[in-house]
Design a protein around this ligand. Structure first.
Ligand code: OSB
Ligand code: MG
Length: 369
């Protein structure tokens, strides 16, 4: 496949409601859309670097720089036979997983379209439908949170995740567990706590949570192992896992018993699949995290979550849970039974709505051979 043209678009999409976490409040989401044209097909990918360096050190400008000056030049004008060959071409670039995942996703889509198969089958997915959940930001009041949760349950969502932060934690957990005794419920701290908070987590351990996501440091693996040994609730790592090697360290140290896989955080679908396969061999369940993606990134997450060891519902919600209008057609919807259909058309399986994409694009740049 000869890579003829690559376009980057910095997009900014307004969220339907602000997303509050221990890291701050997001009103809109900035990402980079990558378009690859090769051999008469167009591949699309999304780099989930955000406008701020609060979840990850990567931001839209850093990912743009790495894509423009290193990743794109390593593939542009070349006749590339496989994704692995493309990855090998930029393997010497250290870190910058979100930048790498953006171009890798566009190449996966282009290859799948060339072969005339869905991204899900090209990745090795087996499910036709995936179980989905929803991630809810910190709410102003317990009553407001209960109302939100009721709404999402009535839409079908199979599990609820709530964001927590110091002082904004137990009251929400207690109230939800009381109101919904059998709900699949989990919490995400985004690294807001330390081992000094161990008593809080011991308390939380009594509320039958499915997991506690990334309670401690964003690079930490060691302290999480100390916390996990005091808890029966599984810890799930998000921020700390950037590779299969991190995953092996975390599992061998018993720092977590579940892994959140986000392709953006680990450099793409190739590394995601390696982590998935290793976790399957170790009996560690995985689920697909989210970065408030547009439909382009969401399509990739849905395809990834169709792999067999994605046994827990992902942070993969309907387009309308995030944005008034998505940039893909059809938009992603949740079935009343809490599943989402895995697209079957070639590649990401949804069309990019160029008119909508133009409306959210704040800057673009093209490199041609
Ligand atoms: O920690 O999982 C996270 C969104 C942005 C950055 C980090 C996280 C999240 C979410 C939202 O929890 C997941 C989604 O896309 O629905
Ligand atoms: Mg998380």
């Amino acid at each position: 496949m000869r890579i003829e043209r690559i376009e980057l678009r910095h997009v900014k999409m307004v969220l339907v409601s602000p997303f509050v976490t221990s890291m701050g409040t997001e009103y809109d989401e900035e990402h980079i859309i990558v378009r690859v044209d090769a051999d008469g097909v167009t591949g699309w990918g999304e780099s989930v670097a955000e406008g701020t360096p609060f979840y990850s050190y990567e931001t839209v400008p850093t990912a743009w720089h790495i894509l423009k000056d290193f990743l794109i030049p390593s593939v542009l004008g070349k006749d590339i036979q496989s994704i692995d060959e493309a990855i090998a071409g930029y393997a010497k670039v250290r870190g910058h997983m979100m930048a790498k995942a953006g171009i890798e996703a566009a190449l996966w889509d282009a290859f799948a379209k060339t072969k005339g198969i869905s991204l899900s089958s090209m990745i090795g997915g087996t499910r036709k439908k995936i179980d989905v959940g929803v991630s809810i930001g910190i709410q102003d009041s317990v009553a407001g949170l209960i109302k939100k949760v009721e709404g999402y349950i009535s839409e079908g969502y199979k599990r609820i995740k709530i964001k927590i932060a110091p002082g904004l934690d137990m009251q929400f957990v207690e109230a939800l567990r009381k109101e919904f005794p059998n709900l699949l419920l989990q919490v995400d701290a985004n690294s807001a706590y330390t081992l000094d908070d161990i008593d809080l987590f011991k308390k939380m351990d009594h509320y039958n949570l499915s997991l506690i996501e990334q309670p401690l440091g964003y690079e930490d693996i060691y302290d999480h192992s100390k916390l996990q040994r005091e808890l029966k609730t599984p810890i799930c790592l998000d921020e700390s896992i950037h590779s299969l090697d991190d995953t092996r360290a975390a599992i061998e140290l018993d720092s977590c018993r579940i892994i959140n896989i986000k392709p953006g955080r680990v450099g793409g679908f190739t590394e995601s699949k390696r982590i998935h396969d290793y976790c399957a061999s170790m009996n560690i369940p995985v689920w697909c995290g989210g970065m408030l993606e547009s439909g382009i990134g969401r399509a990739g997450n849905v395809a990834l979550a169709s792999l067999s060891n994605f046994t827990l519902p992902g942070d993969i919600s309907a387009s309308k849970r995030y944005y008034k209008h998505d940039i893909v057609d059809p938009e992603f919807v949740v079935n009343p039974d809490g599943t989402m259909d895995v697209p079957t058309k070639p590649g990401i399986g949804v069309d990019v709505n160029i008119k909508m994409l133009d409306q959210v694009t704040v800057r673009s740049e093209v490199q041609k051979m």
